[in-house]
Design a protein around this ligand. Structure first.
Ligand SMILES: [Cu+2]
Length: 145
């Protein structure tokens, strides 16, 4: 009687321990599987909203060795235009018309060294031509609306 009770107790404890171990193991495998999913989502959502708001407020116009890319950009009034010189040579960013640059003086960013960039805040609505003052055949169009 005593012996069988002891054996039964040991068996019950063993079963309980096995169940607890199983639950813990399931939790440990389930927790990492759940947490990587919300954390990329949690980081993806803010970064997506940051990049979309950054796109809304800052437009990038690149100057490459073959000219401006894209050829035309649109900026919300009050937004920013960043001109990046990704070419291998110096350039000078100016509003049309060459050489007086009077259409939209806000666009007169001036000289930009290779690898450098310059940013303007644009408030005057309209569509304006811009060019590389060092090579006025290289043109782009900026629309501010
Ligand atoms: Cu010019």
């Amino acid at each position: 009687m005593r012996r069988s009770t002891a054996i039964a107790t040991i068996v019950i404890i063993a079963i309980v321990l096995a169940i607890i171990t199983l639950f813990v193991a399931t939790r440990e495998t389930a927790t990492p599987a759940i947490s990587p999913n919300p954390s990329p989502n949690a980081t993806a959502n803010p970064s997506a909203s940051v990049s979309s708001s950054a796109l809304a407020s800052t437009t990038v116009l690149s100057y490459t060795d073959s000219g401006f890319s894209p050829a035309s950009v649109t900026v919300a009034a009050g937004g920013q235009l960043t001109v990046k010189n990704t070419s291998s040579k110096p350039m000078q960013f100016n509003s049309d018309p060459h050489p007086v640059h009077t259409d939209d003086p806000e666009l007169n960013l001036g000289p930009i060294a290779p690898g450098a960039s310059a940013t303007a805040t644009l408030t005057k609505k309209g569509t304006f031509g811009v060019h590389n003052h060092l090579d006025p055949t290289q043109k782009a169009t900026v629309t501010i609306k």
